[in-house]
Design a protein around this ligand. Structure first.
Ligand code: GAL
Length: 395
C-alpha cells in the first residue's frame, strides 16, 4: 500500500519536476489536497491542519528535487500543510528559510543541511520554540535534532569500494591497477562516511601495492569536492590527468562518492584522457541521477549506489506522525508502519555532539549497474524508459 502510494506520487512528481525545470531555487507553500485521507495527528485540537517545514539544500543536484517533491506530496496526502524551500547551496539562505518557517509557526521541521555545522543558531531557535526536528539524509550537529532519517551512509561507500575490489578481482589478480579518488563535500556530514566506507575496502589493496593512487592524493581533504559540484570535480580530474597520466599511463578505476562528481570525472576522461582503455575505466557513483543512468547504459560509468528516496520520505512521514501524535518512538515504529522495505533503528552510529547519540532510522542502499537497471529501477516503478531508451526520473 505504501509502495503503491509512493509510486502514484512518483508519477505526479515527474510532472512537478517539469514544472520547476527552470531551476529557480524557491519556496512554496501548500495546503493539503481535498481527496487525501487525513491522518490522526495531522490536525491540532482546534481542527486546523498542522504545518511541516521542509528545508532542502538545493535544486542544482537532481536528487534533492525528488526528495523535496516526495516529502511535499506525502505530507500533504496525509493531511498536513507544508512549506518547502530549496536554499541554493547557500547556508545563510538556509538559515533564513528555516527562520521564516519558525516564524510561520510550523509544527515540525524536516531539514537536509547544506552544512551540518552551520545551523546551530537556527536549530537552537527551533528548539526554544519547541519544534521537533528531523535531520533528513544529512545529520546536523545540534542536540535539538530529535531524530535522523537517512540511508546507511557507511554502507554506500562499502558498496562502491567492494564494486572496485570485485570487478578488478583484486583477491586474485596481481595488478598493479591505478586508481584515483574523488569524495564529496566536507560540509556534508555524510561525505566522510561514504569515503571511509570505500577506503576501508580499498586500503588493504593499496597497502599491498595492488592498487596504486598515482597522484598520491588519498586524504579526504585532498580529494573532497566542495558542494558536490560537477565542474569542480571535472577540473580536479583534468588536473590529475594532465599531471600524472598525459604520457598514456592508464587509470583503471576512479572512485567517485556520488553521481554529480562522477559526471565531472567522466567528462574529464572523455575530453582529457590519453590512455588506451577509455571505455574500460571503472567509475562509481551514487543516487541514480538520470544523466548518470544514461552514462551507465552507454558504458561511461560503471555503477551507481541507488537510494530509494521515495522510501526515505515514507519513513520521514511516519516518524513525523509518531512525533506529532506523541507516540513512543523506537524500533517498534518499523513494524507498526508496515514498510515493505528494509530500515534499521540505530542508536549507536550518529552523534549530534559528544555523548549525545541521535536515534536514527537507516534505509538500505543498493548497487545498480547496466545489468540490473531494468529490474531495480524500472520494474520497481521508480523510473520509466523514455522514447530514446534511456531512463526517465519518474521516481
Ligand atoms: C549526500 C547525499 C547523497 C548525495 C550527495 C550530494 O548528502 O546523501 O545522496 O546526493 O549528498 O547531494
Amino acid at each position: 500500500m505504501k509502495k503503491a502510494l509512493a509510486l502514484l506520487l512518483a508519477a505526479c512528481m515527474s510532472l512537478a519536476l517539469v514544472a520547476c525545470g527552470g531551476g529557480d531555487e524557491s519556496t512554496s507553500g501548500s495546503t493539503p489536497g481535498g481527496s487525501a485521507s487525513t491522518s490522526q495527528g495531522a490536525t491540532s485540537a482546534t481542527g486546523e491542519a498542522k504545518t511541516v517545514g521542509i528545508s532542502m539544500p538545493t535544486q542544482s543536484l537532481e536528487r534533492w528535487n525528488r526528495d523535496g517533491s516526495y516529502l511535499d506530496e506525502q505530507f500533504q496526502a496525509a493531511g498536513y500543510e507544508t512549506i518547502v524551500t530549496y536554499s541554493d547551496n547557500d547556508t545563510n539562505r538556509q538559515v533564513n528559510d528555516i527562520q521564516n518557517m519558525i516564524a510561520e509557526g510550523v509544527d515540525l521541521l524536516v531539514v537536509s543541511a547544506i552544512d551540518g555545522e552551520a545551523l546551530n543558531t537556527v536549530m537552537n531557535e527551533a528548539g526554544e520554540a519547541g519544534i521537533p526536528i528531523i535531520a533528513y539524509d544529512r545529520l546536523i550537529m545540534n542536540d535539538n535534532v530529535s531524530y535522523y532519517v537517512s540511508f546507511d551512509n557507511y554502507t554506500v561507500g562499502t558498496l562502491q569500494g567492494q564494486y572496485i575490489v570485485e570487478t578488478l578481482d583484486l583477491a586474485n589478480q596481481a595488478g598493479p591497477f591505478n586508481i584515483e579518488l574523488t569524495a564529496g563535500d566536507p560540509a556534508d556530514n555524510n561525505a566522510g562516511y561514504f569515503f571511509q566506507g570505500a577506503m576501508d575496502q580499498l586500503q588493504p589493496y593499496i597497502d599491498e601495492g595492488k592498487l596504486v593512487v598515482v597522484s598520491g592524493q588519498t586524504d579526504f581533504d585532498a580529494v573532497a569536492t566542495a558542494a558536490w559540484d560537477t565542474q569542480t570535480a571535472m577540473e580536479r580530474a583534468q588536473n590529475i590527468l594532465a599531471s600524472y597520466y598525459a604520457d598514456g599511463t592508464q587509470v583503471d578505476a576512479w572512485l567517485c562518492s556520488n553521481d554529480s562528481t562522477a559526471l565531472g570525472v567522466t567528462q574529464a576522461i572523455q575530453s582529457d584522457y590519453a590512455g588506451a582503455n577509455k571505455a574500460d575505466i571503472l567509475i562509481t557513483g551514487q543516487d541514480g541521477d538520470v544523466a548518470n543512468l544514461k552514462n551507465i547504459k552507454d558504458g561511461l560509468q560503471s555503477m551507481t549506489v541507488y537510494k530509494a528516496v521515495a522510501n526515505e520520505a515514507v519513513v520521514t512521514l511516519d516518524l513525523a506522525k509518531a512525533i506529532l501524535e506523541g507516540a513512543t518512538i523506537d524500533e517498534s515504529l518499523i513494524e507498526a508502519s508496515g514498510w515493505d522495505f528494509d530500515c534499521a533503528y540505530d542508536v549507536e552510529s550518529y552523534s549530534t555532539s559528544e555523548g549525545r547519540i541521535c536515534p536514527s532510522f537507516l534505509l538500505v542502499p543498493d548497487v545498480v549497474t547496466t545489468d540490473n537497471m531494468q529490474e531495480k529501477l524500472v520494474d520497481t516503478g521508480y523510473y520509466t524508459v523514455g522514447d530514446d531508451g534511456y531512463l526517465v526520473a519518474a521516481a
